[in-house]
Write a new protein. Structure first.
Length: 135
């Protein structure tokens, strides 16, 4: 029997076994690291969700507080307590605007840009106020 070939076979087998142990160890370490990253991400997500829930709860509390303070009964009580003398508006004095307020204010501000009549000078379209004589 040739001992050198037996030693060569055992040496190759030993190298392959050590190589497989190294590869399996590396794969195992990668799996453990990935699981750690997943658990760390889950903990961060849980913390963020708790913060979001707390903020939403505070927003709901503030909205409820605001709604309670703006109720007509509370406003009337504060009006009498502070002796402001405010009265509710009469329905005839309320002017409801059904168009877009942004477009309306932009048109008021830039009347020459939004004007449909290009031939009319801008001075004729403006409203002018003059003071009356006090005599």
């Amino acid at each position: 029997m040739n001992t050198s070939t037996a030693h060569a076979f055992i040496n190759k087998l030993l190298i392959y076994v050590l190589l497989m142990i190294g590869v399996n160890g590396t794969v195992g370490l990668g799996i453990v690291w990935t699981n750690h990253q997943i658990s760390a991400s889950a903990a961060a997500t849980k913390t963020a969700e708790a913060q979001i829930a707390a903020i939403e709860r505070r927003i709901d509390e503030t909205t409820a507080l605001l709604a309670a303070e703006l109720s007509p009964e509370v406003l009337e009580a504060k009006n009498t307590a502070m002796a402001l003398g405010l009265v509710p508006p009469v329905e005839d004095s309320i002017v409801r605007i059904y168009e877009s307020p942004e477009e309306r204010l932009a048109a008021k501000r830039n009347i020459e840009i939004f004007s449909r009549d290009v031939t009319t000078p801008a001075d004729n379209r403006l409203v002018r106020f003059t003071l009356a004589d006090r005599s």
